[in-house]
Design a protein around this ligand. Structure first.
Ligand SMILES: O=C(O)[C@H]1O[C@H](OP(=O)(O)OP(=O)(O)OC[C@H]2O[C@@H](n3ccc(=O)[nH]c3=O)[C@H](O)[C@@H]2O)[C@H](O)[C@@H](O)[C@H]1O
Length: 408
């Protein structure tokens, strides 16, 4: 009887074991099955798989006569707007972004979702991943690279200096390496920064002014990037255009920037720190609206000449340019705050503090005549108008439903 019971118990245990294993396998297969070709997000799709290649190629498809552009930092603020604009006019766009957590990655995922809804595949990967870049250039003959991936923010550089070296130096070299070895070599347009002017006091800042006094490690890495660009242009014949962006703001912006977190804190009734110089001198920025920046990026891309080399060999001299993309009218930070107060209909609680010595500069002011001459760059949005658009977006994004969100 005991023997019978133990055999029964043994069989029952075996049944439970096999049932659990079977059910577990089914669940595993369901939740880990390779993603379909639908434009939804598949961050875990293995790069290099036939399905991945298919999505890359489909995303890269352009209207006849248009460009095929690899946009790095595509889920970032400027990257997402530029990707959308390129796609809208018929260029093929493939995005790359590492979705790091420097600021809320859910905002990056929301931008990715919008791009993917409009046929742009944003690959989750790092610009330092040499094999991934090589693979991308194997799969697609990119005509252009819009390199916007970077570690941004001037003050954060004191907290995490390594991240600036990783993204803005090593990452930039990795992108240039992939481009120089590609056949054909693409033309490159990349994001430098107004911060390279550092302690320069001659205004407005012109591309010919000195840029050897950076005030932050961020600025130093962008300046180093400009020198590295010279090297790759000189040795390999890469066509390279650097864009010095001046405090870009607008809808879908970066939460680490002052206009963004001032808005958040004012609405929450939290106090904000407003910096000022010695003798109550106001700190000012040449705030530039995102749509103007996008036009500048496209203008730079459209006037970029082809790289002259191929497969790592230079065949002749290539174009090397640097442009200011600013708004040409600096606004004091105190004015920024008063515009926000009016738009939000809330009085800000302000702590006025001396400008900390942590990378900030007193003012920025762009001379944009070179970009105007080369590709008709002409900003049209003043801070009042631009902040109105930002606030509309902010209130909508943080309160209302999915459907309304769009770049288009
Ligand atoms: O043009 C650039 O190349 C850079 O622009 C941007 O840097 P900044 O111009 O410094 O913007 P942002 O931090 O928004 O501070 C704006 C103003 O608010 C003041 N500020 C700031 C914080 C604060 O708590 N209080 C304050 O008064 C502060 O003193 C400043 O005057 C990008 O972040 C950077 O990635 C880079 O792209």
């Amino acid at each position: 009887m005991d023997k019978h019971r133990s055999r029964w118990t043994y069989s029952f245990t075996k049944l439970i074991f096999w049932t659990t294993l079977f059910a577990g396998t089914i669940l595993f297969v369901c939740f880990h099955s390779p993603p379909s070709d639908s434009p939804s997000i598949h961050p875990k799709m293995k790069w290099g798989s036939p399905q991945w290649e298919k999505r890359v190629k489909s995303s890269a498809r352009s209207r006849s006569g248009h460009f095929t552009v690899l946009v790095t930092g595509a889920a970032g603020f400027v990257g997402s707007h530029v990707s959308a604009a390129l796609k809208r006019r018929g260029d093929g766009v493939v995005g790359l972004d590492n979705f790091n957590s420097y600021y809320d990655p859910s905002l990056k995922r929301a931008r990715q979702k919008l791009l993917e809804r409009n046929g742009i595949f944003v690959i989750e990967g790092d610009i330092n991943d040499r094999h991934l870049l090589e693979k991308l250039f194997d799969v697609v003959a990119f005509t252009h690279v819009m390199h916007l991936a970077a570690q941004a923010g001037v003050r954060y550089a004191m907290k995490n200096p390594g991240s600036y070296i990783h993204s803005n130096i090593a990452g930039l070299v990795s992108v240039f390496e992939a481009c120089k070895s590609a056949n054909p070599q693409p033309a490159i347009v990349w994001a430098s920064s107004s911060s390279v002017y550092g302690l320069n006091s001659k205004v407005p800042f012109s591309e010919k002014d000195r840029t050897d006094q950076p005030a932050s490690l961020y600025a130093a890495t962008k300046k180093a990037g400009e020198e590295i660009a010279h090297t790759y242009n000189h040795i390999y014949g890469l066509s390279i255009t650097g864009l010095r962006f001046f405090t870009v703001y607008g809808p879908w912006g970066r939460p680490d920037m002052a206009y963004f977190f001032f808005t958040k804190d004012i609405l929450k009734g939290k106090s904000i720190n407003v910096f000022e110089g010695s003798n109550n001198k106001s700190v000012a920025r040449d705030f530039t609206y995102i749509d103007d920046i996008v036009k500048g990026c496209l203008g730079a891309l459209d006037t970029a000449e082809k790289s002259t080399g191929s497969g790592g060999k230079k065949k002749g001299n290539a174009q090397l340019r640097v442009f200011n993309l600013g708004n040409t009218s600096p606004v004091p930070v105190t004015k920024l705050v008063s515009i926000l107060e009016k738009l939000l209909k809330v009085k800000a609680k302000k702590n006025v503090l001396p400008l900390p010595r942590n990378g900030d500069v007193m003012f920025t002011h762009a001379n944009i005549s070179y970009a105007h001459k080369e590709f008709g760059y002409k900003p049209t949005t003043n801070l009042q108008m631009g902040l109105q658009k930002f606030v509309n977006w902010y209130l909508d994004y943080y309160s209302v439903s999915e459907k309304k969100k769009s770049f288009w």
